[in-house]
Each structure stands twice: as structure tokens, then as C-alpha cells.
Design a protein around this ligand. Structure first.
Ligand code: G4P
Length: 527
């Protein structure tokens, strides 16, 4: 990559996004179809054989194998229609973690996959909120059209009501389930048949008035007439297509399809690539400056640290989202937090199921750096003399808490060392009880505790006992207003790693009770 024009061309090609969904909506299936289209895999069923027992990345953490799920998000890269696509996967299990949230900080767009029989489910809603706060484009794929699902108009209305985002239907189902005939494609002015007699008949063109230009039995079909009526309604009373709103994440283009039968997926991908943004500028150095992705100085931030991907080596991998410039193996960079210089010798790039050495990764791409303990989540790295520091990653307030004690009290040293070091990575929150200094861990999902326990044993030879104290709401309190007597089992008083006091409330009732009893005491949720 010799010239600025080369770098610009390379950056312009990048499309980096995550797929968010509730478990079982079809995220893995659609990811596989996208990888098939990109020529990365040759048959479906290779990404995650969660039931067949085949694991894509066979040397990942043992815990991942035991549970048959992906503990942390992986990155898949492929080329399609002149674009280089990076899909950042997010665990589709209910035990998702802060990693899932943080991965959403490293993408430029999100695709929301919804089961059209179920509509918007809880995990989709949680993930959606995080994406919405970022103000990036959100695309929707209503999946499983080959099954009987909810009325499409209902699904669009639900988007608006539950997620408070406008929906714009790019295409519209003609029938569903056994009666699925095709898609009325408003965006491409054509009908896409579900089961065409020949491949050449898959697409039937529409004229300016939205009527078929070729003779087809479809027009005699009730479901086709129904689709036309619905589309008329959308044209008259639905939202107008608005690229600016889409850019800000205030309107979501909605696509219908069936990932399993590979129907509507390619149409979706093509439109998505036209609309999804290339890497954008980043605000740096406390909001004072902005950094263009085409700036020649390499820079990026760590959004996740994955330990022990290969049990034979005690390696950790820091996942870096490149924000500007070109990554080159062996380059020297500065770690903004410590101002230390690091040489980036070993880097990996993640193709669907193998790790390959990186060449010429640019802004928008993700590289995995072998880490011997230098990095923390949220770290900025940069090339050159002028400091580049990205905005800190948001902290996601933990909802689940456990008390941690060593199994063997004689092994206090390795216990404390493990606790301190693992917490430093930034994936899990540590608190100490106010008077007794007990260790309390807080996480977004149960899985983070299991990973923590596993790593304590494997990396620090320290077996720990975790006693759940359940789901709690964390509220910080002004130290000036604090009286230790305010604490009870329903609102456990702890301090965070900075020594700031907070209460862990058992439930909303306990919090209300506290407010009633101490109306002057101000509590804050730190997000
Ligand atoms: P996830 O990653 O979001 O958790 O979902 P995944 O793709 O694993 O899909 C969950 C289930 O839904 C799978 O069935 C999958 O085959 C099915 N599925 C996905 N897309 C479609 C679709 O468009 N139509 C229909 N009818 N089904 C779809 P399973 O029986 O739970 O698993 P498996 O044994 O097929 O792996």
C-alpha cells in the first residue's frame, strides 16, 4: 500500500458489522449463508455444529467445548462484490457477556436478525439498545419466512413500538410458510420467486407502477394480491425511505427472507453493502480532534481480550479494531495508557475457522495481537509521535454478582494474584465488601464467572468457590452522605476498584425502600 489513494481505496471497501439477535433466531444460519456467498466455506453447517459436536475453532477454550457455545465473539472476513466484509460475531447464547456489548463498539453497522414467528425477543432488545446509543445504521432481517409467522405489518409495527425505530420495508413477503411464493422487492423493482422453475425465472421485473411486466400465474394468487395491497398501504401510509435517518440509526431497512433455505439472503447482502457505511472518522484525545480512517498513521483500540485460545500456549489475544492507517507486522506502536513502545510481531487475522497471518489490514479490519499482559480492554495504540487516544469504552453495569473465596486457604498468594490480574483485563468487575474486604465479582452474564473460575484454576492454579448473591442493581453513593449503618443484606455495601462506595440492591423494592428511608441520599447508576 504505497500511496494515499491506495489506502483510501482499501478503506472504502471495508464493511464491518455485527449480527445481533436472540438465541435461535437464525444468526448462525445467516452467517453461514453469507460466508457461502463470500466463498469462505463450501457447505453449510461448518461454522458452529452446536449439536453435531464439530467446533469451528477446535483449539478454543475447553469451557467453550464443554458448553458447545462460543464464549467470545469471533471475527470473519471475506470479499464480496468488491467489498471486504468483516463480520464480528456475538455469542447467541443467553449467557452473553460484556464482550458482546463491547464488540458492538468496534463495528460500523449492525444487522438485527428476528424470528418472524416470535418478533422482538429480550436479548435482541438489550443488544439493540447498545447499538442505538452508538447512532450507527441498523438493518433488519426478518427470518424464517418458510414457516408460518406473524403478519408482516405487525412485525414492522412492533419494531416501532418496542424499539422506537422507524421500519422501512425493502421487500415484502408474498405468502409465508407452505404458501410462501416470493418477495415483492420494492427496492429493486422486481419479484423474487421462492421456488422458480428455472434459475433464469427467479427475478420478475416490475414496471414504474409496481406491476409485473411479464405474464405470471402469480397474479392469480391471493397471496400476491394481499402483498400488493400491503405494499400499497406502505406506499401511502408507511415511512418514507430516508438515507439520513438510516445513517443515524433512526430508521431501519427491513428485509424478509429465510436463512435456512437461502432465500432473500443475497438480495439482503447486496442492498446492505450499498447502504452500509465504510469506516468513519473517530473522535480522539478527549473529543478535541478527529481522526480520519485514511490517516496514514496506524491506530486502533482493544475491544476484547481472549485468553487461552490455544491451550498449549498460555497466550492471550487482544482484539484490536483498526481505526486508521495500515497495520504492518513488526511495527512499533505506543500504548497510550502507559506511553510504552511495543513491537507488534505476532498478529493474527481471523478467517472463519482458521487463523492466518495478517497482511495489509487497514482501518475497519480487526487484528488479534498476541499479548503477554500489556493490554487492557479499551487501550489505544498508535504509530508515530503524536498521541492518539480513543474515547473510553462504556462500562456496562453488571447485573449478576458472586462472592469469591479460595478453596485452599493456604494458597492465598496465587488467589490474590489471579484475582488482581484477571480483573485488570477489564472483562469482569471486582468489588470488595466495605468492612470485611471480601471479593465480590460482578458480570453481565453468568458465563463470565465460569470463564473466570476456569482461568483461575488453569492459569493461576487457584481453585475458587463462587457463592452467588444473585442479580443485583448497582448504585453508587456519595461518600459524604454514606453511613455504614445504611447497609443490610438487601443493599450490600461494597467499594469498586477505585475505592468508590456503592450499594448492591437486591431488587427494585429494596431500592425504593432505601429511597424512602434516606430521601436525601443521592444514588447514581454509573453507565
Ligand atoms: P442462532 O445462531 O441465532 O442461535 O440460530 P441458528 O442459526 O442456530 O438457528 C436456530 C434454529 O433455527 C436452527 O434449527 C436453524 O436450523 C433454524 N433456522 C434458522 N433459520 C431458519 C429459517 O430461515 N427457517 C427455518 N425454518 N428454520 C431456520 P435447530 O433445529 O434448532 O438446529 P439445527 O439442528 O438445525 O442446527
Amino acid at each position: 500500500m504505497n500511496t494515499l489513494a491506495d489506502l483510501q481505496t482499501a478503506v472504502d471497501k471495508r464493511r464491518t458489522f455485527a449480527i445481533i439477535s436472540h438465541p435461535d433466531a437464525g444468526k448462525t444460519t445467516i452467517t453461514e449463508q453469507l460466508l457461502l456467498l463470500g466463498g469462505v466455506i463450501r457447505s453449510a453447517g461448518t461454522v458452529k455444529g452446536k449439536k453435531s459436536g464439530h467446533y469451528a475453532t477446535s483449539d478454543w477454550m475447553a469451557i467453550e467445548k464443554q458448553r458447545g457455545i462460543s464464549v467470545t465473539s469471533s471475527v470473519m472476513q471475506f470479499d464480496y462484490a468488491g467489498k471486504r466484509i468483516n463480520i464480528l460475531d456475538t455469542p447467541g447464547h443467553e449467557d452473553f457477556s460484556e464482550d458482546t456489548y463491547r464488540t458492538l463498539m468496534a463495528v460500523d453497522a449492525a444487522v438485527m436478525v428476528i424470528d418472524s414467528a416470535k418478533g422482538i425477543e429480550p436479548q435482541t432488545k438489550k443488544l439493540f439498545k447498545v447499538v442505538k446509543q452508538r447512532g450507527i445504521p441498523i438493518f433488519t432481517f426478518m427470518n424464517k419466512l418458510d414457516r408460518d409467522g406473524r403478519e408482516p405489518l405487525d412485525l414492522i409495527a412492533e419494531l416501532e413500538e418496542l424499539l422506537n425505530i422507524e421500519g422501512y420495508a425493502m421487500n415484502w413477503p408474498i405468502g409465508m410458510g407452505k404458501g410462501l411464493k416470493g418477495l415483492y422487492d420494492r427496492a429493486n423493482q422486481r419479484v423474487e420467486l421462492y421456488r422458480p422453475e428455472t434459475e433464469a425465472q427467479r427475478f420478475l421485473p416490475l414496471d414504474e407502477q409496481g406491476q409485473l411486466t411479464v405474464a405470471s400465474d402469480l397474479v392469480k394468487d391471493n397471496v400476491y394480491q394481499q402483498a400488493l395491497d400491503d405494499v400499497d398501504l406502505l406506499n401511502e401510509a408507511g415511512n418514507a425511505f430516508d438515507p439520513d435517518k438510516i445513517k443515524r440509526g433512526d430508521q431501519t431497512p427491513v428485509f424478509f427472507g429465510s436463512a435456512l433455505t437461502n432465500f432473500g439472503v443475497e438480495t439482503f447482502l447486496q442492498s446492505f453493502l450499498e447502504m452500509a457505511p465504510a469506516p468513519a472518522k473517530h473522535v480522539i484525545n478527549d473529543g478535541d480532534e478527529s481522526l480520519s480512517p485514511e490517516d496514514r498513521r496506524f491506530s486502533g483500540f482493544v475491544f476484547k481480550i481472549q485468553a487461552n485460545m490455544n491451550p498449549n500456549h498460555r497466550d492471550r489475544i487482544a482484539f484490536v479494531r483498526i481505526c486508521s492507517g495500515v497495520f504492518e507486522k513488526g511495527m512499533d506502536v505506543t500504548l497510550a495508557r502507559t506511553q510504552k513502545t511495543l513491537r507488534l510481531n505476532n498478529a493474527t487475522e481471523f478467517m472463519s475457522d482458521e487463523r492466518e497471518n495478517v497482511e495489509n489490514a487497514v482501518a475497519g479490519d480487526i487484528v488479534g495481537l498476541y499479548d503477554t499482559g500489556n493490554f487492557q480492554i479499551g487501550d489505544s495504540i498508535y504509530q508515530g509521535k503524536e498521541k492518539i487516544k480513543f474515547a473510553p469504552l462504556p462500562q456496562f453495569t453488571p447485573e449478576l454478582f458472586v462472592r469469591v473465596t479460595p478453596k485452599n486457604v493456604m494458597k492465598q498468594k496465587s488467589f490474590h494474584k489471579g484475582m488482581q490480574q484477571l480483573v485488570q483485563e477489564g472483562a469482569i468487575q471486582l468489588y470488595r465488601t466495605y468492612t470485611t474486604d471480601d471479593y465480590i465479582l460482578g458480570a453481565v452474564g453468568q458465563l463470565q464467572f465460569e470463564v473466570f473460575q476456569f482461568r483461575m484454576k488453569n492459569e493461576y492454579n487457584s481453585e475458587v468457590i463462587m457463592t452467588p448473591i444473585g442479580s443485583r442493581t448497582a448504585r453508587w453513593v456519595d461518600p459524604e452522605q454514606l453511613d455504614e449503618k445504611m447497609s443490610s443484606s438487601r443493599n450490600l455495601l461494597v467499594k469498586d476498584v477505585h475505592g468508590a462506595p456503592l450499594f448492591l440492591f437486591e431488587n427494585a423494592f429494596a431500592e425504593r425502600w432505601f429511597h424512602d428511608k434516606y430521601p436525601d441520599v443521592k444514588l447514581t447508576a454509573k453507565l
